[in-house]
Design a protein around this ligand. Sequence first.
Ligand code: FES
Ligand code: FES
Length: 181
Amino acid sequence: MTLAFVLNGHAVELDISVGDARADVGVGSADDTRSRMPVAPTMRLLDLLREGYGLTGTKEGCGEGECGACAVLIDGVLVNSCLVMVGQLHGFTVTSIEGLPESDPLVASFARCGATQCGICIPGMVLAARALLDRCPEPSLDTVRDALAGNLCRCTGYTRIYAAVLDAAQTAGAPTSRNTK
Ligand code: FES
Ligand code: FES
């Protein structure tokens, strides 16, 4: 059975097999997402991204859906990729942090505001912020806090992260994840 979806603007086709075929997955790359790779439908999206395509911007923290380090956008909605099975992806559009354009104002704002320390949480934070700004271009501080509540950071104390999101919101002409599909 073939499973087809879009990853960071590239069409992906995967051969779904019933066995645990994780060992066969390490043949793809971010630029070669049309490769047909045998994968088990129960493989985690997190593992497909990191091990299959080398998209290591997506991090594993808790592995249990609690920290947001593995967050990606699926059809523009923030989802923890450690909780998504590859077999669920047919017909969807997945955006990992590598799919966010460099020109996205969040990139400059996180740097300008000094919002990053160790960086483990930042890909998920940025995608959570992108999902927020796509649906709410001018959020309040409370709205930003609520939107990022599922993304944990052990380093920054959050203040500069919230400031970066508000800073990005003030930047005109922000491209969205939808523009990258
Ligand atoms: S690694 Fe997925 S939510 Fe923590
Ligand atoms: S910057 Fe280290 S966990 Fe957030």
